[in-house]
Design a protein around this ligand. Structure first.
Ligand code: ADP
Ligand code: MG
Length: 264
């Protein structure tokens, strides 16, 4: 198997467990005891009003933010956290970095490097980490851009691409490090409506490859079609979670019903 084959081989999906997660900013208790479990290879859609802590939750899972209390584990290993009740214990930064490399993050605003072509945006990370030689990183980037339907845009700079194309480059970039988990934070909310479908369709393809996905989105149709579970976050806690048909069609809580009444 060549390095490129290795780059394209299926990844080992990483499950996620968030337990008793607390996070405050000053007096703002944003996560007030969040529990969430996502099985390896599953798709979780996170819903919730603006300011309910959805982005904070993803940032905590990716260890961009530290918890005040509780723990997160990805792929069965606690990442960078303090276990509730224990004396505070944290993984060394180095271990956290290793863990974080297993996690892809897709941002609302794409966050591509503006001075790099689509190809370079995707090839940069696996080349820089030394996972792949430079020629293999370039070959992998070409494959991944083709997979997201952008074979003809390898040489384009972000400013020459539509928002939907930029987001697809960002997804290819997330895939280049072969993550076992991909977190997407409102991946289509910065897009013109006619571009939403192409990005959701790429994310749907990802789901089919078996990578664990946690997606914050208000695209209820996507949740219904692709999610294994839907989680409704409000007031710093998971108010309700379940299969899409249950949560979307028969929500048990008034707050969930009220929220869905606004977005549906
Ligand atoms: P959502 O993504 O659901 O809209 P966020 O997780 O972005 O919510 O934010 C939840 C709350 O935490 C908001 O009140 C926000 O202002 C606050 N918050 C988020 N990040 C920070 C930060 N780095 N510093 C201070 N407050 C923050
Ligand atoms: Mg957010």
């Amino acid at each position: 198997m060549t390095a490129l084959d290795a780059g394209l081989a299926p990844v080992r999906a990483a499950g996620v467990e968030v337990h008793g997660a607390h996070k405050s900013y000053g007096t703002n208790h944003v996560l007030a005891g969040v529990d969430l479990t996502a099985a390896p290879g599953s798709v979780t859609v996170v819903l919730g009003p603006s300011g309910s802590g959805k982005s904070t939750l993803l940032r905590v899972i990716n260890h961009l933010e530290k918890l005040d209390r509780g723990y997160v584990s990805v792929g069965g290993e606690p990442i960078g956290v303090r276990r509730a009740g224990d004396r505070l214990k944290e993984l060394p930064e180095r271990a956290i970095l290793v863990q974080r490399r297993r996690i892809g993050f897709v941002f609302q605003n794409f966050n591509l490097f503006p001075h790099l072509t689509a190809l370079e945006n995707v090839a940069a990370a696996p080349a820089a980490t030394g996972d792949l030689s430079r020629p293999d990183a370039v070959a992998l980037a070409e494959e991944l851009l083709e997979r997201v339907g952008l074979a003809d845009k390898v040489a384009a700079y972000p400013r020459q691409l539509s928002g939907g194309q930029q987001q697809r480059v960002a997804i290819a970039r997330a895939l280049a490090l072969r993550p076992g988990l991909i977190l997407c934070d409102e991946p289509t909310s910065a897009l013109d409506p006619e571009l939403v479908g192409e990005v959701l369709s790429v994310i749907k393809d990802l789901a089919a490859t078996g990578t664990t996905l946690v997606v914050v989105t208000h695209e209820i149709g996507f949740a219904r079609e692709v999610a294994d579970q839907v989680v409704f976050l409000d007031g710093g806690v998971v108010v309700e979670q379940g299969p899409p048909t249950q949560l979307l069609d028969h929500p048990a809580h008034a707050r969930t019903r009220e929220f869905l009444g606004k977005v549906l």
